[in-house]
Design a protein around this ligand. Structure first.
Ligand code: SF4
Length: 303
């Protein structure tokens, strides 16, 4: 798989050298063993005074190119049903999906249904979810939402935003994750990665997640919302990090007005890539089919 931008660089290079250069015998290239080798396009800064139409076109093109870079983008929490996804999403606050995925197998083995979890001894529940941090507050949320599911929704996770946000510990972001990935309802997930990237790309100037969501919803059709969210979050976790974005190894650098905010040296930038992009395991212990990396290690294994 090759990012579009990489192809453009190759074409430009080929046309520049043209027919006057005698053909040279090609050196055998070293095979890149990375599941998803990064091909980087030449960065082009967006014009200072970009029109709204120009920004929308650039945004849609970025989405198309991200789809080529991450054809396997998916939610990075392991789950088998809507209840598990809801619980895992609540646990994912202030920690990594990896840590949640390493914690939930024991949790769901002990409390597979809302009734089971609602009847849990709080201290026992707290001990199981302890690795995810803020475990007392999270245990309270899980006990409260399980009891609410049992008492108000027949022990089923509701498929409507207005019902989901009535559950303890469930805000709009969590509700959208559950709707998008367990019910197929289009949703935009404005987490820390999503917000940071769309601001770097000048798709929005807002910090407030609801305003960000509204701005992005105005750029893309509903049918793109869920996958767009996965692609952006994938890119934020692997390449466009908060403190050290790997600009020199970024496959969409040519579409990014913030190119240069991070490391631009290609070799140094490559070392900053994470998960399968850096040749490391992913976050899911049970990754979906098509994921090119290794599964994450279980809790306690060397990471
Ligand atoms: S890594 Fe750099 S070039 Fe790539 S999207 Fe982030 S800021 Fe832009």
């Amino acid at each position: 798989m090759q990012a579009k931008g990489a192809g453009q660089v190759t074409e430009a290079h080929d046309s520049a050298v043209g027919e006057h250069v005698p053909a040279q015998p090609k050196k055998a290239k070293k095979e890149d063993k990375t599941p998803n080798p990064v091909k980087v396009a030449k960065p082009v800064k967006a014009a200072g005074a970009e029109s709204r139409l120009g920004m929308v076109r650039r945004a849609r093109r970025t989405n198309r190119e991200l789809a080529e870079v991450y054809p396997y983008a998916h939610p990075e929490l392991d789950f088998e049903n809507p209840f598990e996804l809801l619980v895992a999403t609540v646990l994912s606050a202030q920690t990594t999906d990896l840590r949640v995925n390493q914690t939930t197998p024991a949790l769901f083995a002990k409390y597979p249904t809302p009734e089971d979890m609602a009847a849990a001894v709080p201290e026992e529940l707290e001990q199981i979810i302890r690795p995810t941090g803020f475990f007392r507050a999270k245990a309270r949320s899980l006990l409260g939402l399980s009891a609410a599911l049992r008492d108000n929704f027949g022990s089923e996770v509701p498929g409507r935003l207005e019902d989901l946000v009535t559950l303890p510990g469930v805000g709009r972001k969590t509700a959208n994750v559950v709707l998008g990935n367990a019910f197929g309802v289009p949703g935009i997930t404005v987490d820390t990665h999503f917000g940071r990237l769309v601001r770097r790309w000048k798709w929005t100037g807002h910090e407030d997640p609801e305003k960000v969501e509204a701005d992005i919803a105005a750029i893309f059709p509903k049918s793109e919302w869920t996958m767009l969210s996965h692609r952006i979050i994938f890119h934020g976790r692997r390449v466009c990090h908060s403190r050290k974005p790997a600009c020199g190894a970024c496959p969409i650098a040519h579409l990014c007005p913030s190119y240069g905010e991070g490391e631009t040296d290609p070799e140094k930038a490559k070392k900053l890539l994470k998960y399968e992009m850096g040749g490391h395991p992913g976050q899911r212990l049970k990754p979906p089919p098509g994921f090119p990396g290794e599964p994450a290690p279980p809790l306690g294994a060397t990471e």
